[in-house]
Design a protein around this ligand. Structure first.
Ligand code: VGL
Ligand code: ZN
Length: 199
């Protein structure tokens, strides 16, 4: 039994070209992710999963546009176009993703008042998703991550994983970034500083 898992982050229609929050080249990583999936004994998927009217949507804040930032009770929050609404086509996985071997799908961002970039904690950095307990209970200590978007959900997940003591690797070629105001460079540096291996 391997102590290693692949975590595929948010490979959903809304983050791919044509989607509500399209990440440039988001669909290009599907073949590489599928190639990774067959190499791992354990595969976990994350799925951004917001109720309609989620507080991270710019549409919920008068006078605010997508990609602006606001102060929420838990800290600064970037505002997004409405995306990954529960049960919609945009929230489903990219049709090319080989998801059948996934042992767990962890949904996040389902509480209206708070966003969740990381697979481990909501954006208050303290409300757990349960993923750390799941992995530890199963004896998994080493994680490889890939998906969308490099500088948001992948980076926040990798930083939390490293902080929680998981040996953490991000396959950068199997990620694509939103890159908002230098966020890709900033988050790449933060991952390096945290001891995340960038492959
Ligand atoms: C993401 C912005 C909003 C991501 C999710 O998956 O990186 N980014 N929701
Ligand atoms: Zn989201």
């Amino acid at each position: 039994m391997s102590d290693e898992a692949l975590i595929v982050i948010d490979l959903q229609n809304d983050f791919c070209p044509g989607g509500a929050l399209a990440v440039s080249g988001g669909d290009e990583i599907v073949p590489e992710i599928n190639a990774l999936i067959v190499c791992f004994d354990h595969v976990v998927l994350t799925q951004d999963w917001h109720p309609a009217g989620h507080s991270s949507f710019a549409s919920q804040h008068a006078g605010k546009a997508p990609f602006e930032s606001i102060d929420m009770p838990y800290g600064p929050q970037t505002l997004w176009p409405d995306h990954c609404v529960q049960g919609t086509e945009g929230a489903t996985f990219h049709p090319g993703l080989e998801w059948t071997r996934a042992e767990l799908v962890i949904r996040k961002g389902f509480r209206k008042a708070i966003d969740s970039y990381s697979a481990f904690f909501e954006n208050d950095h303290e409300t757990p998703t349960g993923l750390a307990g799941y992995l530890r209970e199963r004896g998994i200590g080493r994680l490889t991550m890939a998906g969308l978007a490099t500088d948001f959900c992948v980076a926040y997940s990798a930083l939390d994983a490293a902080k929680l003591g998981f040996e953490t690797r991000v396959v950068m070629s199997a990620c694509r970034a939103i890159d908002l105001g230098g966020s890709l460079d900033l988050m790449t540096e933060k991952m390096k500083d945290a001891g995340v291996t960038l492959a």
